[in-house]
Design a protein around this ligand. Structure first.
Ligand code: PMP
Length: 410
């Protein structure tokens, strides 16, 4: 397949940054898992807000403020429909995945935790889905239990059986690994956990851009993601929470927009969900940008994007495996969007810096997943990741670069 394939993305021209020159070379952007490039539709929507419609939300009675409020609340409905949530009130705007997880830790779990209670996390989590639980456990005297990966570096449901106890209060698991690209069997995990009355949080940061997600179908209690991985802007994210949890969650951050009545010295009462979890002026432009991103990918069609990306991943893995001395991590039968690798005799940082000089952007390091990198027996790995705009020529450039490393850096 590798030698006869030219695969061009029908969406490439929608992303202006892809025409950037880096060191006088055409940019080859293979770092989508860190952040996805932004299409014109999103840039235009945010520009239009700043140029024509700019005002703050919620507190104004004037025309522009009312319009900004209406437009922002429309995005909440869009996100709710996009995720298949019960209603728009189950959707909270946050700064990103990280803040959404911290919100669940503090608003949902903190009031329920007693010393000796347990939280289960997996060995393949991003630090954003580890550290908030560690901080909380330290504060409440709870214990973190680690669901380790099997020899194929995957989660095996049999291995969680010994971890679960009557003190387990939450399982927090990624939908898709940001290092291995492994898609986890969330439905099975949720079904197993729910039989034991244990809620499940799913970190969807890497999953939402690659496939259709439906929280009702997954059955999860919480689902979180960041707009910037979904072709939207940075600084905006989403927490979906099931209604029965929403009722029990307490406000975490205090400030404007989340109150009902404020009295002194005490006695303040709070507004309704979801606004009671959104203190302060939100990232209005970012939220509108997220709405435009959802509209954009829905009009492209998530099924079409997934089919295109599958083809590209096949090409990427096959091309990479022809490079001398390459070691690819993860499971060939279960890998979406990202591929992690190292080259024998070359440190990943050297590989990354060398490729950069040819305009090829990959990521190197621990990828905010130190426990997983350790499990792989490495201190650092290279990661190439794709999006709807990646083309076979980008992968050809990567492979050429890696072959050059083998020739030049001995
Ligand atoms: N979880 C996963 C799986 C991720 O890939 C990332 C981003 N790399 C995060 C969480 C954190 O996302 P953010 O920094 O946008 O909050």
């Amino acid at each position: 397949m590798a030698e006869l394939t030219v695969i061009k993305s029908p969406w490439f021209d929608d992303f202006p940054a892809l025409n950037t020159q880096v060191y006088e070379k055409r940019l080859r952007y293979l770092d989508t898992a860190a952040t996805a490039q932004t299409p014109n539709a999103v840039i235009d929507r945010m520009t239009r807000f700043y140029q024509n419609d700019y005002a703050s939300v919620h507190r104004g009675i004037h025309y522009l403020s009312a319009k900004a409020t209406e437009d922002m609340e429309h995005v909440r409905t869009q996100v709710s429909d996009f995720l298949g949530a019960e209603a728009s009130r189950n959707i909270m705007f946050t700064k990103g995945t990280t803040e959404a997880i911290n919100l669940v830790a503090n608003s949902y779990l903190r009031p329920l935790l007693s010393p000796g209670d347990e939280i289960i996390v997996t060995e393949m989590e991003h630090h954003s889905n580890l550290v908030p639980w560690q901080l909380l456990s330290e504060f409440c005297g709870a214990t973190i239990k680690v669901w380790q990966l099997n020899k194929n570096n995957e989660l095996d449901l049999n291995d969680i059986k010994d971890l679960i106890s009557r003190r387990t209060r939450l399982i927090s698991v990624t939908h898709l690994s940001n290092v291995l690209g492994t898609l986890n069997s969330i439905k099975e995990i949720v079904s197993y956990a729910h039989k034991r009355n244990i809620p499940v949080l799913v970190d969807g940061a890497q999953a939402v851009m690659h496939q259709k997600v439906n929280v009702a179908d997954l059955g999860c209690d919480f689902y979180v993601f960041s707009a910037h991985k979904l072709y939207g802007p940075t600084g905006t994210g989403i927490l979906y929470a099931k209604s029965r949890h929403l009722e029990r969650m307490v406000p975490w951050e205090g400030g404007g927009a989340m109150i009902d009545q404020v009295t002194l010295p005490m006695g303040t009462s709070y507004g309704q969900a979801p606004w009671r979890f959104e203190a302060g002026t939100p990232n209005i432009a970012g939220i509108l940008g997220l709405g435009a991103a959802i509209e954009y990918i829905e009009s492209a069609g998530l099924d079409k994007i997934a089919a295109y990306e599958n083809q590209m991943m096949e090409y990427l893995v096959e091309s990479l495996s022809q490079v001398n001395g390459i070691e690819i991590y993860g499971n060939d039968d279960n890998r979406i969007g990202v591929v992690a690798f190292n080259m024998k005799g070359h440190h990943s940082f050297d590989v990354g810096v060398f490729l950069d000089r040819y305009g090829i952007a990959i990521r190197t390091g621990h990828h905010c997943a130190m426990p997983l990198i350790k499990k792989l027996g490495q201190s650092s790995v290279c990661r190439a990741s794709i999006g709807m705009y990646t083309q076979s020529s980008d992968i050809d450039a990567l492979v050429q670069g890696l072959n050059r490393i083998n020739q030049l850096l001995r």
